[in-house]
Design a protein. Structure first.
Length: 513
């Protein structure tokens, strides 16, 4: 029996599938061509942590898996820098309890204090029936496994039906080829969420809830190219993590998926000097399509919240065409939500998120032929970040000088620049954490947010006015008139907030070096 845990690099693609669709698997040529029958096993895995979830908060997972009479202890990193490629330490142990004397040389070694050691206990368990296919030839060795079972916390449970592809030998491209074949044949949705993450969501009551952006953790010493990969996966994960909430009709799920999408598109803009190829252009076009499918649902949600609800509160009897106006908007809102749900349930969406993940992991941009592009990508991320922040900051200062006099179109352009600066500051803020930088961030970020919020309100008002005009049939003219006057008052307030934010931002000192 091994007495040390050995580091392995795990390159794995995971897909959520419906059990009923698995019948199609044996009709796929790559599976039909196999000479060997699949192997079957029943596995039970127990995940350990303390009551404060200390391991999970540090991006670590400790698991003991029972396979027949054997027990295997595994430590994994969360894979935040690239969710499909993670570090893994694994060894066989004597029983069902973790053997912490075997964690030497793993990230867990520095984390496990005596207090944490005493508090470790089972958090949740997965029990699955595992079907294993080996796709092996001269050029590749890929394990294809299907896990069908349940994740159980003791108080609650969720079903599991996952298809996993893990590269054992060969190039990443071989793995992606097989995965693409499966995605085209099955309604399989790539997942960037581990079983452990699902377990913690269940424990913490977050199952199916909208997922907000988290601070990006850029690794020490990474270059600009690797920095984009980390940021890109973080944004893509926010998109995929909100599929369940959006599919369930939660408007906040639409909003948070759009935030993830906007963050990803902003990252493409920030790093565009490293991404000038036809693959990237195709990705941009598909992201633009998805944004177009989600935007109306969000716009009608904001319109309903900020315009329709106050209108109903002030005019309770809903006479004079107000009732007709509200019903018209409600119909439009339902149709927009249905459009968003249909888009996210489509084969086009599944293909999009799969291709973005593959592109982030091994696209042409990761190994550029152009020497200048290559050298730009090899710059230290801190140097790259400071340059981008300076450039974006100059644009905002220049465009914002005449904020009060800008027309709607120019305000919109300024809003886009402010948004890119905000996302850049959030992506890169963790790189500048000395006392002076942190003190400056505390002034810079609130001012930037106030400016963005004010410009965002101005943009919402412009969108609202178009919605009011489009709904203003003769019998709804009274309601439209009421709303038009109210929007003019809102515009003055929003402009005041934007100007105040800009004034404070100009006075704030930059936090980057």
């Amino acid at each position: 029996m091994a007495n040390v845990m050995v580091l392995q690099k795990e390159l794995e693609l995971k897909f959520d599938v419906e059990p009923a669709t698995l019948r199609r698997l044996n009709r796929i040529p790559v599976i039909k061509a196999l000479n060997k029958r699949p192997k079957y096993a029943t596995e039970a895995s127990v995940y350990f942590d303390n009551d404060k979830h200390a391991l999970h908060k540090k991006g670590l997972m400790l698991r003991v898996r029972r396979i027949g009479k054997r027990h295997v202890q595994t430590i994994k990193t969360a894979g935040n820098s690239a969710p499909i490629e993670r570090d893994e330490w694994e060894t066989e142990i004597a029983g069902a309890q973790p053997e912490l004397d075997l964690i030497s040389g793993t990230p867990l070694e520095d984390l496990i204090t005596k207090k944490i050691r005493r508090g470790l206990r089972p958090m949740f368990e997965t029990r699955v029936r595992r079907t294993h296919y080996s796709l092996t030839d001269k050029e590749r060795a890929i394990d294809l496994t299907i896990d069908h079972g349940k994740l159980d916390t003791g108080d609650d449970s969720v079903p599991i039906c996952e298809l996993e592809l893990e590269l054992k030998r060969g190039s990443k491209d071989r793995l992606f080829e097989v995965a693409r074949t499966l995605v085209q044949a099955l309604p399989a949705q790539i997942s960037l969420k581990s079983k452990a993450e699902r377990g913690y969501e269940l424990i913490e009551g977050r199952k199916g809830s909208p997922v907000k952006a988290n601070p990006v953790d850029l690794p020490d010493g990474c270059n600009a190219r690797n920095g984009f990969k980390v940021i890109g996966f973080d944004c893509l994960k926010q998109v995929t993590d909100n599929v369940t909430a959006l599919a369930g009709g939660d408007p906040e799920g639409v909003h948070q998926m759009r935030v993830g999408l906007r963050r990803l598109r902003a990252a493409l803009s920030l790093f565009r000097d490293l991404l000038d190829d036809d693959q990237t252009a195709a990705i941009k076009n598909e992201l633009k399509w998805l944004a177009g499918e989600l935007t109306p649902a969000r716009e009608f949600e904001v319109f309903t919240e900020r315009v329709i609800v106050p209108l109903k509160q002030r005019h309770g009897r809903l006479g004079n065409g107000v009732s007709s106006f509200c019903k018209h908007v409600a119909r439009k809102h339902r149709a927009a939500l249905a459009r968003a749900r249909d888009a996210v349930a489509s084969a086009r969406f599944r293909a999009l998120v799969f291709e973005v993940a593959v592109w982030l992991e091994g696209g042409r941009w990761t190994n550029p032929a152009d020497d200048l592009v290559r050298s730009r990508g090899e710059a230290a991320i801190e140097v790259f970040a400071a340059e981008q922040l300076r450039r974006r900051w100059r644009k905002v200062r220049k465009r914002g000088k005449q904020l009060a006099q800008l027309d709607t179109n120019k305000r919109h352009k300024l809003r886009i620049q402010v948004k890119k600066l905000r996302y850049a500051a959030e992506f890169f803020g963790g790189l500048f954490q000395d006392k002076i930088a942190m003190r400056r961030q505390k002034k810079f970020m609130p001012a930037l947010k106030r400016l963005q919020d004010g410009l965002g309100d101005l943009n919402d008002i412009a969108v609202d006015e178009r919605s009011i005009a489009s709904a203003a049939a003769p019998k709804r003219a009274f309601a439209a008139g009421l709303l038009t006057g109210r929007e003019e008052a809102r515009e003055n307030e929003a402009l005041t907030n934007a100007i105040d934010g800009y004034t404070k931002l100009v006075k704030a000192k930059s936090f980057w070096r």
